[in-house]
Each structure stands twice: as C-alpha cells, then as structure tokens.
Design a protein around this ligand. Sequence first.
Ligand code: PEP
Ligand code: MG
Length: 553
Amino acid sequence: MVTLRGISVCPGFVAAPVVRVSQPVGVDPNEPPSTDPQTDGQRIRETLEAVAASVRAVGDGPHTSMLEATAALATDRALIKAIDKELASGAGVTAAVAGAVEVYAEKLRKLGGYFAERVVDLYDIRDRAIARLQGLPEPGAPHLDRPSIIVAYDLAPSQTAALDPALVAGIVTEAGGPTSHTAILAAQLGIPAVVQVRGILLTDAHRISLHATTGEVHVNPTPAEAAGLEAAAREAAAREEAATEAAAVAAGPGSISGQIRNGQTSDGHPVKLMANIGSAAEMEGLDAEGVGLFRTEFLFLDRDDAPGLQEQTDQYVAVLKAAAGRRVVVRTLDAGADKPLRFAPGQAPTPAPGQAPPQAEANPALGVRGIRMSQRYPELMDTQLEALANAAEQVPGSELWVMAPMVVSADEARWFAQRARAHGLPNVGVMIETPAAAIMAEEILEEVDFASIGTNDLAQYVMAADRMHGELGALQDPWQPAVLRMVRGVVRVGVVKKKPIGVCGEAAGDPALAKVLVGMGVSSLSMANVKIPAVHAALRQCSLEECQQAAAE
Ligand code: PEP
Ligand code: MG
C-alpha cells in the first residue's frame, strides 16, 4: 500500500474502486506519414463512428440533445472529406484528424454565433478520436456503473457538475486549488475529496481508501489494511461527532432546533450559519439557518442555451419552498473565467460579419466574468431577476435576497441595484471579492442593502495568485494578513453603516477563522452544509470578546 497526501476539501472516509478521467493526449509525435490513405481513412472513419457511439452512450437526461449534436459532428461529411485531404497530402492518422478539425473549426468560427460555439464540441471529438487511434482511453468524465473514486489531473467545474453524486464515492486530483470551483462543488455535493495529491497519476491505483478528512490517499490497500483504515476512520469520525454534539448540548437547548443549528457565541451573540448551494436538489437535509450563497451559474453551465424564464422560476420556487421562510441569498449569474457559457462566450463579442474571429482571453480571471458578463448580455440578467421576483411572489413568507458577483465600483453596484429594485426585489446586495470593491466599500454600501465577502476571489486578487493554481495554495490562504486586513476594512464600514456583512467564501467554513471573522463583526457565515456542525461547535465554545481578541491578534 502506498500513502499519498493532499489537501482535504470535503471531509469523509470512503473505500472504492478507481475510475480515471484521462486528459487529452494530442497528436502522436512519432507516427509515420500515411502511405495508404484509403486504409487509413477507413480506420479513422471507424474510429469516429465509435466516438459518436460513445458520446451517445453517456445517456439520457437534460444533456441528450447536446450529446446528439456532438455525436453528429463526429461523422459529418465535411469533416471526413477534410481528413481524406490531409491523408492524401501525407499526414499520419492522428495528425490528419487534428489538421482537418482545425480547418473545420476555422470555418465554424468564421460563420460566428451558434456555429462558432460548436468548436468546443469539435475539439472534444478530436481529443476522443486521437486517444482511440493511439489505443488510449477517451478523455472526459467516464460513465460510472458502480460507486467509484474519480482520479483525475483536474476536473472542470462543468465536468464535476455532470458527475452523478450517487455513484461518485470520492474525488482525488493531482492538481487543483482548494478554492477552485471543482473543490467547492465537491464539498457542496458532500463528496469526500482531496486535491493536490502529487504523484497519484503515476500510481497504478485500482482501489483507494480515501481519508478525505486528513487528506490521506491509501493506494491499493490489501483487504486487511483497508479494514483497519476504515475502522480507525470510523472511530475518529465518531469521536469528532461526539465532541461536536457535546458542544451543542453544553450550549443549551436552543442551539439546535429541529435539524437547524443556530449560530451563536457562548454569550449569546447571534451569527447566522448559512449554506452554499448550487442547485435546488442541495436543499435536502440542510442544517443551515438559510442559504447564504446560491451559485446560480450552475443552472447555466454545460448547455446550449440559457434556461428560460419558466425553468428558472421553477428552480427558485423549489429553493424558496424548501427554505420554508429561512433567508435565501441568490447570487446572479457568475459565469466566465473557469465557468464559461457555451451560448454567451465570455472571450469577446461575436464578431460582425466579415470581421476576424475574437481571440480567446489571455487572462480569463481578469476578463469578462461575473457582473461584466451580465452587462454585456443584460437580457440574461433581466430574465434572471424576473424569474426571482416571480418566485418570491409565488412563495409567500419567503425571504429572498439577491446579490451581484465581481463588482468593482459604486457605479456597478448602482447599475445592479437599480435593475433588481425595478423588478421589485427589496433586498439587494453585492459580493465584495475584488480589492477595488473592498477599498470602495463605503461608496458601494451607499448603493446596496448588504454585502457578502467572497474570500476565494478576494484572496486570489489580493495575493495575485490564481485560485486554479494548486501550487500557490499558501498564497490563496484567507489567513494571509493582507486578505484579513481587507476583510476587516469592509466589515468596519458595514458596522458603521449598519449594513449586514457576511462571508460566503471557503474561509467561513474554517472553525478557527470563523471566530476571527465574528470578532471582526461579520454577521453571517455561509459554507458547504457539511462544514456547519464544526463551525457551530467552535462558536458555541467562545464568547464574543474572545472572538474579538482573536481578531485583534
Ligand atoms: C468567492 O469568491 O469567495 C465566492 C464565494 O464566489 P465563488 O467561489 O463562486 O467565486
Ligand atoms: Mg467569487
């Protein structure tokens, strides 16, 4: 048995067989030029047919029409013709596929709009075909038929969102930052996950005992070793649960009402403990006092068109009903960067006829994302705000708050607040997750009713450290004094202006840091539901003054 270590992003223990998600392999650099284009052409055609079949086999469900369109591209006659041409000019088989796809992609880009957006699917086909031609497994999310631990270099948020939580027992990635959206999604779905496990791809892991609470990944344990690990993990989890429950009992009868954990310090200072969610399905069994962050972009990812008014309204109604009067803070679409939309590309506007196609953004995290995307496509935001207003009307007694992501100025806050209020939404806020917003908090809070601090992006931008870059984990740490000083500045403004300031980045789920944030004056903490019991227990064990001392230190 080999034991590797990484960074835990969602606790838990699980033992299961491994399924690998392979990365694209690229053209074979050693392949000979084609000497028999006819035979090679036939081999490629058969490969593309197999690719089409494997795409279709991903299954039924909301993505069926999209998969069908991708499968049809694989056997498109224009593509086959382009491949034959490449072979005739002497290219090897994988080079012929790559070359022909590039020619075809260029044509689609020139057509713009819907056609340009199909280029992603075309590249997917290329990567699958090239892998098959080299006798390797196709890249991408695998089809699971039993509970398995996914092992990957990294996963895109859209890949993670597409995984079936009932069959994904755990996730282990070689790369990936602890605040990457993949890590966040795994935690929200309650899937034990460890990122930054250096060397995992070099092992021949076929079975893993994953101790995601400690970040330990035990590769290929013997049955006796696996049983020992499981027993030890179960004992440790029982001890932790008992300590958490003991803290709740010591805190008195009001600390857990029904299933809901009421956040409070030992001397009764209230702190709302809220949950971060990405879909209505995650409302089931929520321990939280409400939803502090509904990342609505997950309704928009991995689809060919935006969800319409009715579809969105239904989702928001479902969340508000499940909240049963608890506060729900909905964040409007935060797409772009690592969460691109197929139908509203963040990279650049669709070019005018005859113009050159846009180049991809060199630095998408500094590009058109968050509210910038909504300003470019205001109709997306208006439909969303209308759906939210409809939902609030349909669920009497609901408490709906809305906020915009990635705001950098009072002008942007005003733009959003006016639009939201015009739709009749009374509680309007913004996320403070850029240094500019933190510095301008006073002016921004003039425009809105509340703010929520996104420490994931704030740390990324303050520390100039990409949150997707796992190696820079220490710089993205919200304990960094520069990040904490910014947070403190924002909270001070909120206290003076009597406007509630919450934290909904991953920092909120760290029990020790939660005390510091409460000591600074933060009024709510929002985190993955699984993290609430530990934060609840930590706050119940210290007074507000002790929290303030921790913050001062
Ligand atoms: C954040 O940036 O801290 C945040 C909560 O938003 P997201 O993680 O979705 O970018
Ligand atoms: Mg953010």
